[in-house]
Write a protein of this length. Structure first.
Ligand SMILES: Cc1cc2nc3c(=O)[nH]c(=O)nc-3n(C[C@H](O)[C@H](O)[C@H](O)COP(=O)(O)O)c2cc1C
Length: 337
């Protein structure tokens, strides 16, 4: 049985699916309903981080997460997916010029809401210090990680501290590259508070005070950058290790090397929703992986063998009670094309 999705239903689906994560909150996924009533997910290449993500791997991971979020949102409307076409290699002609086809969903039999679907509201990226997890939560986290192949939990405090320090070094090294710094600045929202915020990462999510925000704007500007670095202002503003060390664990997320970024992105979202269900939130720390020696040492220590690709590291912890970051998102009307 083929089911045609209606435009109003797509709006409801995108309202939910847009809550999926993306690098620097670039939100590259777009949705298109064709004349047959099938749903296309497309990537907007103008939203790719051309310096941090030259091959578009992270953009496609984010589109995979958006695809999974779409399937979950459809299930909340009782709509099942009969067939999913993934376009990782050899995409068909795009139904929307300038956008890259990612996947096409053909709707089918009705289905019950997926149990993870309501967690889309409860998952977020936490960029600040974590509260202490209680022993039950820590045990749940441990058991959960063992259920999934390719997940490795680092629980040793000294090792967490070491990884956190090394990640800071890697991050500062990246910020030392003018193009990287300019791109980072472009997606941070350090402007006037009345600026309408629909994408990027706001200063408040990074735990920056008003003064910190002004200093960050200065430190990231090309003219002041050398002085800010010499005065170690960049380090003081952007070093994360103190906050990272409050995490309950660092999670290594590896997937089979042959798997497409799209499929890995689907798994990425799933794992984050399961974590949210356990009361945990994640904060990616992939800067270390930009350094080949560090990346291979981490892989070796964690026993991640050659058939697997280490996709990211995450700090995992419980955010302080009652605190949630702003969820900046593009309006649905801009996401449906
Ligand atoms: C592929 C990918 C890479 C990411 N890399 C980072 C990162 O390096 N540092 C970070 O703090 N957040 C990272 N994030 C998380 C995003 O910043 C976050 O998803 C985005 O700001 C939207 O916020 P939300 O997750 O709270 O909805 C990444 C997310 C994805 C999907």
């Amino acid at each position: 049985m083929t089911v045609r999705l209606k435009p109003k239903a797509l709006e409801r689906v995108v309202e939910r699916a847009r809550l999926s994560p993306s690098p620097m909150n670039t939100q590259p996924a777009r949705w298109h309903l064709d004349a047959e009533g099938t749903v296309w997910i497309l990537a907007d290449p103008s939203r790719r981080l051309s310096i941090a993500d030259p091959r578009g791997f992270d953009m496609r991971l984010a589109c995979g997460a958006a695809l999974e979020a779409t399937v979950l949102a459809l299930s909340e409307l009782g709509l099942g997916v009969a067939r999913t076409q993934h376009f990782d290699r050899g995409a068909p002609a795009s139904p929307v010029p300038g956008l890259e086809p990612v996947a096409r969903l053909h709707l089918g039999e009705s289905t019950a809401p997926h149990p993870l679907a309501p967690l889309m509201d409860r998952r977020f990226t936490w960029h600040d210090g974590f509260a202490r997890a209680n022993p039950d939560q820590a045990r749940d986290l441990f058991d959960w990680a063992r259920l999934h192949e390719g997940l490795v939990l680092v629980l040793d405090r000294a090792e967490i501290g070491r990884l956190a320090e090394r990640n800071d070094g890697a991050l500062l090294r990246l910020l030392g590259e003018p193009d990287y710094r300019a791109e980072f600045r472009r997606w941070l929202r350090l402007g006037a508070p009345d600026e309408p915020l629909v994408d990027g990462i706001p200063a408040s999510a990074l735990g920056l005070s008003r003064l910190g925000t002004r200093l960050a704007r200065l430190a990231l500007s090309p003219r002041a950058a050398p002085l800010a670095d010499a005065l170690r202002l960049t380090e003081r503003l952007f070093a994360e290790s103190q906050r990272s060390e409050t995490a309950t664990a660092i999670l290594l997320f590896a997937r089979p090397s042959l798997e497409s970024p799209l499929a890995a992105g689907r798994a990425w979202l799933y794992r984050l929703l399961e974590l949210a269900d356990l009361g945990f939130q994640a904060w990616p720390m992939p800067a270390l992986l930009a350094q080949p020696e560090a990346a291979s040492e981490i892989r070796r220590n964690a026993g991640i063998h050659d058939g697997n690709r280490l996709i990211s590291l995450f700090r995992i912890g419980v955010p302080p009670r009652g605190r949630t970051p702003p969820r900046l998102r593009l309006p649905v009307a801009r996401l449906i094309v």
